[in-house]
Design a protein around this ligand. Structure first.
Ligand code: AR6
Length: 172
């Protein structure tokens, strides 16, 4: 199982996989952070397709083409804004990962790359967010044999260390 999970430090827009995940907002019409980077790299056709989707509630996900990205698809998900942990943030974040894996499965995708959803502007603490990401990756690999590769992109060396440490604890 461990050989199917990879931690990569760097820019998710450069990763060649069937789908990269975007940490979007509920408008799906772009923003800062990884969302801005993905829209810049994919080109205006991505925004045009996103306009047809009618937004996306927190915890859910929608799929589009990847346009000028090396990835064939973008799965847009909306993470929770961190309010201290008492407003269902953990379940919402878990739901983001589950819905991304569900869409990957429904679309016959075998490789997927994630950013650390909600851990930037939305303020979710990195370690617990990382644990949820890895727990859901483990569950997806157990139930989807066609899933070949799950990549977690860490934007900083510090974030990559958090993924590696958490991986020791979560994934056998
Ligand atoms: N590649 C990989 N990871 C990145 C990149 C990149 N190019 N750029 C940033 N990160 P954030 P959120 C990391 O703020 O917290 C947007 O405006 C970053 O270091 O992008 O879910 C949306 O439109 C952090 O670890 O997303 C929403 O309004 C992680 O990606 C809001 O921000 C997520 O940070 C969503 O906030």
């Amino acid at each position: 199982m461990r050989d199917k999970i990879e931690i990569v430090q760097g820019d998710i827009t450069k990763v060649t996989v069937d789908a990269i995940v975007n940490a979007a907002n509920s408008s799906l019409l772009g923003g800062g952070g990884v969302d801005g980077a993905i829209h810049r790299a994919a080109g205006p056709e991505l925004l045009a397709e996103c306009r047809t989707l009618g937004g996306c509630p927190t915890g859910e996900a929608k799929i589009t083409g990847g346009y000028r990205l090396p990835a064939q698809h973008v799965i847009h998900t909306v993470g929770p804004v961190w309010h201290g942990g008492g407003r269902g943030e953990a379940e919402q974040l878990r739901s983001c990962y589950r819905n991304c894996f569900r869409l990957a499965h429904e679309n016959g995708l075998t490789s997927i790359a994630f950013p650390a959803i909600s851990t930037g502007v939305y303020g979710y603490p990195k370690r617990p967010a990382c644990r949820i990401a890895l727990e859901e990756a483990k569950a997806a690999l157990a139930s989807c044999p066609e899933l070949r590769k799950i990549i977690f992109t860490a934007f900083s060396a510090e974030d990559a260390d958090i993924y590696r440490e958490t991986m020791q604890e979560v994934v056998a």
